[in-house]
Write a protein of this length. Sequence first.
Length: 313
Amino acid sequence: MNLGIEIGGTKLQIVTGDLTGQITQRFRYAVDPAQGATGILAQIEATIRQLPELPQAIGVGFGGPVDWQTGRIATSHQIGGWSGLDLANWLKQQVPESMVRVENDANVAALGEARKGVATGFSRAFYVTLGSGVGGGMVINQQLYHGAMPGEAEIGHLWLVPPGDNTKGQTVEQTVSGWAVDQQIRDLLPQLPDDSALKIAVQQAHAMGSVGREARFLHPAYEASDPVARMLIDQIGSVLALALSHVVHLFHPDAIVLGGGLSLIGEPLRAAVRQALPRFIMNTFHPVPIVLLAKLGEDAVPVGALALLADRT
């Protein structure tokens, strides 16, 4: 039995898998940022103790830059307490005979989509995850591309507005991460007409005590012809296309895969990115890469974490 672990900014997923990489059991927990890394490690330890047998190998997709060769965490941009932690060694202490591999979660999701998901037929695929943060991963001939330590493909940290002497600037992640879009919707709410499908859905959720994840209402509001939902999706698609244009000019992948929670907006978002992308790409690189929606959904990182273990030597 192998173990796949996803450590994100909002959720922790732990799955068991067989030697083919098929998920056989799943544990899912919400992350409490106040408890930091300590709380997440305690949850992982408690889950391992519940297993009927100890895993032979453990693959991890971590939400932040890591040293993939040693399994040491560089930092987390969402949860405190991770910087410098030797996660691979900690896991080996929990399961002494296990082999452990630790990777950035976007890399792991990219590998999952390239080997088991929507990008299986492409030699060069770039994956962008739109979740609590924005990350990326590049897979070439079914293998992860790695830059110099401690990471690569951090598309979320591209500057859309560069910082100046008196301005903080703005990054892709600060503009189109799930949290950023949620905040945009909350800020717009007072300006929306009372018959707005987006406003009605968000207000109903807030009335029931559910504040956050407002972006999940964009797709149904779009389907109800809400003009603000359409405008927001077009804006997200345009910003994302601008960011991805740098990926195309640097790596020229065959396919771009949109994943993460915000990608659940679905076809309207994919279409918005695909429509905007050509105007940011030099003519020599036309036609632009195909833009696809991730197939694995919440399984992308766990499946990719198990796929990491198929390469162990």
